[in-house]
Design a protein around this ligand. Sequence first.
Ligand SMILES: [Zn+2]
Ligand SMILES: [Zn+2]
Length: 696
Amino acid sequence: MTSSNGTINSAKANQQPHLRVIPLGGLHEIGKNTCVFEYGDDIMLVDAGLAFPSDGMHGVNVVMPDTSYLRENQKRIRGMIVTHGHEDHIGGIAHHLKNFSIPVIHGPRLALAMLTGKMEEAGVMDRTILQTVAPRDVVKVGQHFSVEFIRNTHSMADSFSLAITTPVGTIIFTGDFKFDHTPVDGEYFDMARLAHYGEQGVLCLFSDSTNSEVPGFCPPERSVFPCLDRHISQAEGRVIITTFASSIHRVSMILELALKNGRKVGLLGRSMLNVIAKARELGYMQAPDDLFVPIKQIRDLPDRETLLLMTGSQGEPLAALSRISRCEHPQVQVKSTDTIIFSASPIPGNTISVVNTIDRLMMLGAKVVYGKGEGIHVSGHGFQEDQKLMLALTKPKYFVPVHGEHRMLVCHSKTAQSLGVPADNILIIDNGDVVELTPDSIRKGDAVKAGIELLDASRNGIVDARVLKERQQLAEDGVITLLAVISTDGVMAAPPRANLRGVVTTADPRKLSSWAEREIGWVLENRWGQLCRNTGGSAPDVDWVGVQREVEVGLQRRLRRELQVEPLIICVVQPAPAGTPAYKGRADAEPDTRPAPRGGRDGGRDGGGRRDVVRDSSGRAPLPQRQLATVGAPASAGAAPTTEVAAASAVAAPAVSLPSVAAPVVSAPVVKAAPVEETDPEPAGRIRRRRSAAAE
Ligand SMILES: [Zn+2]
Ligand SMILES: [Zn+2]
């Protein structure tokens, strides 16, 4: 949505030096806020957060933005600014430091203290310099940026909005904010400073859109105090409260209420313990030491004198409260006299896990307090009136709504228009879009690469598209492992053995074996020439990985057509020495009842090799030659298995038992199909689709 104003000015803008602002995350989503500011040769980053996986991202722990652009331009990165310590703003930094360098990071004391913990864990403490800032501090980044930290109010303590002075004008970057006039920690929003910049002239405002659909002012954080107080003081037994550990103000109030109501506090959950320790150490939270009692000892106190504060407000499966709700926690079991308070609202996407947790806790007999009507939670992000106040104070010439899903951005842009910002001066952008600003224009430039990177539980391994596809197949349709014994001269030496896990099928096992035999037979008949190279040595050089993949693809295609299932298929070939007698398969004895082929692979098979040639010419990827080198030769040739083969066999072997009646069983290395590395340039699923598209 390039504004018409921008289009008119675009020729001019291209000639002038301009500021480029490129969000790599945080748009059309809540999470992984990462923004790039660029002028001349300088790049400055503002925040680098993470997001949490959505349904179907099996085994994915966190989602990061694709940072190819930053890796490619890392020599120009002069520094980073951190607005506050929430995970969606700092959660990606430790990971990024492994991939590219950031010379210096300026940020609030609390956020950097939390970041230090993450960097120590990731072993990247020596990769950057951390500089803490105080309100109204101005830091210079590179030649072209100077940034003033303006104290704001948010659910997290020590949070800032930014005034970024650049050669084209001043940018106000709000960070996460709401206008809270009675802040829990007494740190007021420095509205005077915003107004000062508004008076001087703000070129562009980048503002938090999270609650742009909600009318009115966001209630102050303090407003939950009396409601929590009522529930805690009325509780007859234990009080169990869950909230975000990082909601420092909320946690402070809960501790204050525990003290007031004569209850000792037991803490559960790693992040709850970490954040409270850091916040107390730095003076963001006041609580006497003897308020806290280790969880093992708190059981000795009367229930009326205890309060358990824990993680799990989002129904995260491994968090303390979720485990308690499943009766899986070693120290805490639910009692019918417990009052359990959810002092948080579910982030979109977590609603189902949260309500399931609430259901389980209620079924165990506890009183559960949750939901909007109870006054036990308020948002940390301003509503429409807060957003209007921000616009009114800063009086920006141009406006870009950020930090929100698409409809939130649209809604926020309408609010800005209602305050007199012309529609042409507003850009709604997506991750990777480039906002180009000059003193008298705003336009959308050519986008840079943006997307997602998925990290597994270790936060080190990247879950690529193919791995994700395989996990989805496993979850939805299960896995079939297939053991085939094939001699180095291309003869099936024993009946193939299929092993099903999690596969629901009406086909009888003999049928499956017979299909497998047909596919193996077809591959040996039609593909062997390409897969086997006679190098003049004692044994031919066989591309076993290629053989396995051909069998997998064929069988997968057949199962999809015959049974409408798409299990993951892992074919394992056990090579046998040349000259091993052929096994005369069942398949030969049985008539093939498949529907008449329409071309493609089966056409090729039924009609000899003729149609197969057609398929080859229709875009089938040639077999990568590199595989020939990486696959171990059969033991009969005397070669030791390569590392890759050994590793593969360690994974694959337990899933398949050798056929006890197999003819010559050789002690050859077992070769697993499609090792998870770069030999396969694209996800198996895509190869399959293209094939079927070519054939049907
Ligand atoms: Zn935040
Ligand atoms: Zn945020």
